[in-house]
Write a protein that binds this ligand. Structure first.
Ligand code: ATP
Length: 270
């Protein structure tokens, strides 16, 4: 298969209503939507539009979804790439790929660039003794910093980046005029889990009276991605039993299966 440098989506359909919970984060990114839609409102008063923001939070909490929704709400193209793909697939050419990405985004501006797992590129320098491609990663990181510094006041490209390890990032990334804003995207609480269930139960043919409150209470520690996965698993389990509707027991069986996976995940990381 041919390695893809980045994805470009010019017609993002995702909007804030696809993102359940995350009220605080949505409020913060609403401002970015407004920058993209009405830059003059800010620049006329001498304001500088931010160039980047960091979405910080555990895996599966909706960082990618939220970044995509910013593009969807502002009706601007969404350029996305994953930091880990970058480091693994583009050995020797990372810096020039970053240059290409920014060039294309600028041509289509206003635009959003989204860098998932930025820590793969942006780990603090000199702390990567395990990997052989250290210089390569540093070149890529330096190019990213150069591109962001080179944005003129009217470039109107905003770079959103996601990480679950803001603490290991190179401080140079967080300097003023780069990723100088952090937006926290945390695991959902009970009420937020209920809202996420509402989104992901919608496409399911569910048994009458299925208790969403009960499901929300059964799933502490679940991320939005876990809940999406749970709803889908429940539907598959019900289908395997040739049921006509997805029932409470199917969700409970799916919870067991997913909690088993979560336990495995936490032993890997501990
Ligand atoms: P990672 O750090 O692992 O890349 P992420 O924080 O970017 O994770 P997403 O990729 O946005 O998480 O989430 C994966 C999927 O989980 C989404 O496409 C969506 O289906 C579901 N999901 C996650 N969070 C939410 C949410 N707040 N509301 C609705 N769905 C959500």
């Amino acid at each position: 298969s041919k390695a893809k440098l980045f994805d470009e989506n010019s017609q993002v359909k995702t909007t804030f209503k696809d993102v359940a919970g995350l009220e605080g984060a949505k409020e913060e990114v609403q401002e970015i939507v407004d920058f993209l839609k009405n830059p003059e409102k800010y620049t006329n008063l001498g304001g500088k539009i931010p160039k980047g923001a960091l979405l910080v939070g555990p895996p599966g909490t909706g960082k990618t979804l939220l970044a995509k929704a910013v593009a969807g709400e502002a009706k601007v193209p969404f350029f996305s790439l994953s930091g880990s793909d970058f480091v693994e697939m583009f050995v020797g050419v990372g810096a020039s790929r970053v240059r290409d990405l920014f060039k294309q985004a600028k041509e289509k501006s206003p635009a959003i660039i989204f860098i998932d797992e930025i820590d793969a590129i942006g780990r603090a320098r000199g702390k990567n003794a395990m990997s052989g491609s250290n210089d390569e990663r540093e070149n890529t990181l330096n190019q990213l910093l150069t591109e962001m510094d080179g944005f003129g006041t009217n470039t109107n490209v905003i770079v959103l980046a996601a990480t679950n390890r803001a603490d290991i990032l190179d401080k140079a990334l967080m300097r003023a005029g780069r990723f100088d804003r952090q937006i926290h995207v945390d695991l959902p609480n009970l009420t937020e889990r209920r809202e996420i269930f509402e989104v992901h139960l919608k496409p399911l043919k569910k048994a009458k009276g299925l208790d969403v409150d009960f499901l929300s209470k059964q799933t502490p520690g679940f991320s939005g991605a876990d809940i999406a996965n749970l709803c889908n698993e429940a539907a598959l389990i019900a289908a395997r039993k040739n049921k006509k509707e997805v029932e409470k027991q199917d969700f409970l069986d799916a919870v067991d299966r997913i909690v088993g996976g979560l336990e495995k995940r936490s032993t890997i990381f501990s």
